[in-house]
Every structure is written in structure tokens, then in C-alpha cells.
Design a protein around this ligand. Sequence first.
Ligand code: NAG
Ligand code: NAG
Ligand code: NAG
Ligand code: NAG
Ligand code: NAG
Ligand code: NAG
Ligand code: NAG
Ligand code: NAG
Length: 610
Amino acid sequence: MRYVNFSVWPLVALVGFALSVPAASTSTPYEVFEELPMAPEGWTELPSMRVNLQKSMAMRIHLAQQNVVKFEQKVMEISTPDHPSYGDHIDTKQIKSILRPSQSTLNAVLAWLEDAGLGEQAVVEHDWIKMNVTIGQAQELLQTRYSYFRNDETQKIILRTLSYSLPAEIHKHILLVQPTNMFGMRQMGSAIIKEVEDASLRQMKAFKQMAPGFNFTQCNDTIVPQCLKVLYNFQDYVAKAPYGKNKLGVNGFLEQYAQYEDLKVFLQNYTPKAIGANFSTVSVNGGLAIQNSSNLDGIAEANLDIQYTVSLSYPTQNIYYSTGGRPPYIPDLDIVTNDSEPYLDWLNWILDQPDIPQTITTSYGESEQTVPLSYRHTVCNLFAQLGARGVSVLFSSGDAGPGWSCRSNDGKNTTKFLPTFPASCPWVTSVGGTKNINPEEAVYFSSGGFSETWPVPSYQEKAISAYFENNPDSWKPWEQYFVKGGRGFPDVAAQGFNYRVILNGTVNLIGGTSASSPAFAGLVSLLNDDRIANGKPPLGFLNPWLYSDKVAETFNDITHGRSTGCNGKMWGQPIAGNPAVVLGAGWDAVPGWDPVTGLGTPNFEKMRQC
Ligand SMILES: *[C@@H]1O[C@H](CO)[C@@H](O)[C@H](O)[C@H]1NC(C)=O
Ligand SMILES: *[C@@H]1O[C@H](CO)[C@@H](O)[C@H](O)[C@H]1NC(C)=O
Ligand SMILES: *[C@@H]1O[C@H](CO)[C@@H](O)[C@H](O)[C@H]1NC(C)=O
Ligand SMILES: *[C@@H]1O[C@H](CO)[C@@H](O)[C@H](O)[C@H]1NC(C)=O
Ligand SMILES: *[C@@H]1O[C@H](CO)[C@@H](O)[C@H](O)[C@H]1NC(C)=O
Ligand SMILES: *[C@@H]1O[C@H](CO)[C@@H](O)[C@H](O)[C@H]1NC(C)=O
Ligand SMILES: *[C@@H]1O[C@H](CO)[C@@H](O)[C@H](O)[C@H]1NC(C)=O
Ligand SMILES: *[C@@H]1O[C@H](CO)[C@@H](O)[C@H](O)[C@H]1NC(C)=O
């Protein structure tokens, strides 16, 4: 095996390994490590499509980490205002050193790979082992059988398995092996565009004809950047950190590309002050920056995100990360790497960068239940690592209210609400949606609820218990459908309806918490600008700060509107054969934290004083 990033490993690790390869583990019986009862909704197995066992796949194994509790406590401390180490962010080398797998973990896993004849291929990188293996080798190593699955919506075909096994004695040393059972993810914006278009055709025509100029009253019908600036009280703030010191990152996956020309038109029309502002595209894992998309769905999410982050955070430097699902430079890996599990690629890549944007927004997500538990934990832990680096990580809460199908995918079709991942990870800030002004109210699709994976984190305990105590009428009717005691989301909210976005040169209206997260991120980026300009560390992991008494009370508490869902429909369309219709299911926006709008919408000037 080869070692990468040597310096992080104590030399004894290498010596220790060379001298003490443990007894062969071939005799240990295999036991199932992780198993899905069935393919996630939207994926169909293609049993008759032959798998070529000679093809290669890029496999990675996540090793059990040491000191996880200690690490999480440290992230919490450096993110908690008033704690002596508040703002003392640490670098990736320090993080990896704290979480370093134990020598016995490394020995056990490497011995297993050696036994399987794969020792030569294995490359150790901190808590990961990476290797290229043939599908045949992978099947033997994991005592499994891969097959092809097709996504009903995109027709994309990927190679996966529903179950894999490991020798019993190394279960405790391994957190995850991929690609195996992680299927995919959805982006949030483009699904709603059609619905908004239909619902608002009349308004859309009117906006296309509208004269330039700003009239706040019209923000009740449609959002442009100035609406958000006025509504959230940052119209007068002038960014002052030197260019390049403060950065805002937008994550794009699934072959979505932000368009330079559309941004130019957008700024001319809606943010003349920022004309000439631009963003750069950074390619991760073969991600592209195609500028002539003939497919509006392929640019809608990216354009929405970048047009609002650039205009709101102006003149802050913006970076669009285009993460590809397949590295085109591995010609013989083409079939297997058509996978959409890009978080791991992106997270591992960004954590290796010396300089990371202080604020990053992502508008992707899906039901927790469609993501294997091991994958949820690994990815959430990596978001905590970003927090430790001093990055504020924002995610859309989702566009399904309490859930769309509201059916379990364990083969039983049990009726239950479906929390969104990664929005439900306690180490990200989850942003729900609102609409209208005066009053600003919860928008019906804003996802929220309670995680089935993570318990209530300490920073949220007070807010969540107040919610349950004060609003029994809101949650009692749904008690059987959610986990009381789970991490509540969203954390905060921002406008999420009828955003004006330029796509291929024309005005469109787009809604979704896809819009809310970039809007909130634009504001957070300016809070970071203010801190950096004043010689302070960036805000980093936001939640302990957001939920602290002095910050929580600055929010505009949203107390009107409610979410809806579990009605057998997705974007207004019936879900085929859905037996789980829960009449009236949804969450109310109520005083204090609630599972539709979190703490509420922000007030920049007040937050800045905290
Ligand atoms: C897998 O193969 C690709 C292409 O040859 C190479 O770039 C990559 O480094 C290999 N990965 C490992 C872990 O050896
Ligand atoms: C992989 O993706 C590319 C581009 O999206 C597509 O052309 C190709 O057919 C896909 N391969 C399979 C096996 O799905
Ligand atoms: C602003 O827009 C509202 C609603 O469209 C309209 O009634 C009002 O006259 C406008 N005000 C100005 C000054 O144009
Ligand atoms: C805002 O729009 C909503 C419906 O979209 C309407 O009911 C409400 O009266 C409007 N408010 C104002 C202040 O125009
Ligand atoms: C923005 O950057 C891109 C890529 O560097 C460039 O092609 C484009 O012309 C720039 N746009 C403006 C308005 O500067
Ligand atoms: C898009 O641009 C690429 C090169 O930038 C070109 O190869 C391709 O033909 C273009 N596609 C369309 C539809 O214009
Ligand atoms: C994009 O705009 C061009 C030129 O205005 C037009 O020819 C083309 O049909 C548009 N593409 C889409 C997908 O709307
Ligand atoms: C669950 O729902 C699916 C899709 O509607 C159906 O095919 C399946 O038979 C159902 N299973 C049970 C146990 O009801």
C-alpha cells in the first residue's frame, strides 16, 4: 500500500505496521455490514443488464476514527460565543490528527486487504483507504453482488448493491465502504420552477414587462435582491474586507452549470450597483463549466444560487464549485462512476484546501431514509470538520413540507414524516422558506421536522423544548409520524418564492428553499465580511451562535402560514400508488422556533451588533 500525506501520520504507525501484520483474517466469518431493504424510491433494478466484472471502480473505505466525542466537543466550543476558545478554528492537519484511526484499526483493515490480495492497490489518506479494484474483486471483498439500477426520473444508470458484508472482526474498524448502497440525491430548485411558472404565469408576464426601478411593495409578489436587502436590513451595509479575504462558495452537483452571461444580464437588470461583479468556477472531480446549456433545467439551480449570492454579497469574491459525478480522466471507470454521491468527493477535496470560503451554500438534499446510515454519519462528520475550519455551512431545508410520499422505504410502507438530509445534520445550518411581506409567512413547501438520525443537539435544546411545551395543538395530531427527541430543522428561514432569475437571457420565476439558502448565505457572508474587516475570526459553524439568547431574539419571528405535505402529491402531481395520505399534515409557523421557519428570518444590523 502507499501512504499519502505522510506528515500527518506518526512514523511509528508505519513501522508498527511493517513489523506487526496481525494474523490473517480470512478465517473470520463475514457478517452483513449494512443492508437496505429495497432500492430507494425512484430507482429500479435492472437484473437483466449484465455486469462486466473486469471493469474497475474507485472504492473508498472510511476507517473508524478516534476521539470523535472529544472532537465534536471541541467544534462546539470554538463555535459557542462566550466560550474562551470561541473562534479558535483549527486546520485540517489538526482535525485529522485528532480523529486519526488507531493503529489497531489500520492494521486490521490493511491485513484484511492484504489477505484479499489488494494490499498493493490500497492508498491510505488520513481516515480513508482508497483503491481501484475490479467489480469482481469488490464483489469478493464485500461478499456481495452488484447490479445496475436506473433512476426513473433522469434515466441515469448506476452500479450499486443493497447489502454488503465484512469479516465480523473488522466491523468495528470501518465506518463505510462506497460505492455500495448510496444511490443518489436530488437538487431542490428545478422541480418547482414549472409549478411556479404555471401558478404565476400572469405575474411572470407582468414582470417581463415591468420597468426597471425598485418598488418594495412589489416584493410581496416577486423577489429581486433589493427586496431581501430591505427586508433583512442590510441595504446600507458596505462590504469592507479586502477583496479575496472573505469568500462565498456555492456548491453545484449533478451537472448544473452557472452561466456568466446570465449573471451579467441579471446584474444589469436587478443590481446595477454590482455590474461587473463575477464569480469563478472551480472544477472538482471532473466537474465542468459548460456555458451553452441547451437545457434550462441544467442551469436553473446554479443560476438562481449564483445570481443571488453574487448580488447580495457584492463585492465579496464568489466561487461556484462544479463537482462532477465521474472523473473523465479514468477511461476504464466510466460505467461505474456515473454515480451521484458527490458529497464525499467534494468534502474530501475541500477539506484538503488550505483556503476555504468562510460561507458555503448548497441547495441539494433528499429524505434521510434514502441515504444509508453509514453515509449520513460520515458526511455529517465531515460537515463538522468544515465547522472546525471556520466555515459556515448552509443547506436548503427541502421543498416537501413534512415529506412527500410519507412512506417508509423498509418494505412496509409505514406512514411517517420524512426529514431531509443533509439539512437534518446537526453540523449544518438548515434554511427554510417564507413568502410575502407584511406579514412574511411560512411558504407551504418549506421542509422541516425532526431527524430520525440525530438527537436534539445541545444548542437547540431550549428552543425545541419551548416549541413542544407551547404548541401541543400543532404537533400532537402528528405525534405518531415523527421522532420526538430528534434534531429539529430548519434552523432559520428566508424568502423562497417567486425569485426573478435570468435563464438563457430571459426572466423566470423560481421558488424553493433552493432560493432561501443562497439568500441567507449572502447575508452571512456580509456578517463575516464585517468580522474579518474588524480583525475577528469568521463566524464558522453558526448554530450555537444563532440559538444563543442574544442572537435568537434578533430574528423576525414568523408566526403566519404553515407547511403542507403527505398528501399523495409531489409538486402538485399525484405520486403513483401512494397509499400514505395524511390529511392536513403539516407544521404551523408559531411564536419562537418552529419546524417550518426555524428561528425566523434574519435582521442583519441587529445580528451584526451581537
Ligand atoms: C485509480 O485510477 C486512476 C486512473 O488511473 C488514478 O488516477 C487514481 O489515482 C487511482 N486511485 C488509486 C487510489 O490508486
Ligand atoms: C453515464 O453518463 C453519461 C452522461 O450523462 C451518459 O452518456 C452515459 O450513457 C451514462 N452511462 C450509463 C451506463 O448510464
Ligand atoms: C408600487 O407597487 C404597487 C403594487 O404593484 C403599486 O400599487 C404602487 O403604485 C407602486 N408605487 C410606485 C411609487 O410606483
Ligand atoms: C401579498 O400577497 C398576498 C397573496 O399573494 C396577498 O394576500 C396580500 O394581501 C399581499 N399583501 C400586500 C401588502 O399587498
Ligand atoms: C466572468 O468570468 C468569466 C470566466 O472567467 C468570463 O468568461 C466572463 O467574461 C466574465 N464576465 C464578466 C462580466 O466579467
Ligand atoms: C457547447 O460548447 C462546446 C465547447 O465549449 C461545444 O463543443 C458544443 O458543441 C456546444 N454545444 C452547443 C449546443 O452549442
Ligand atoms: C436560449 O437562447 C437562444 C438565443 O436566444 C435560443 O435560440 C435558444 O432556443 C434558447 N434555449 C432554450 C433552451 O430556451
Ligand atoms: C408499498 O407500496 C408500493 C408502491 O405503491 C407497492 O408496490 C408495495 O406493494 C407496497 N408494499 C406493501 C407492503 O404494502
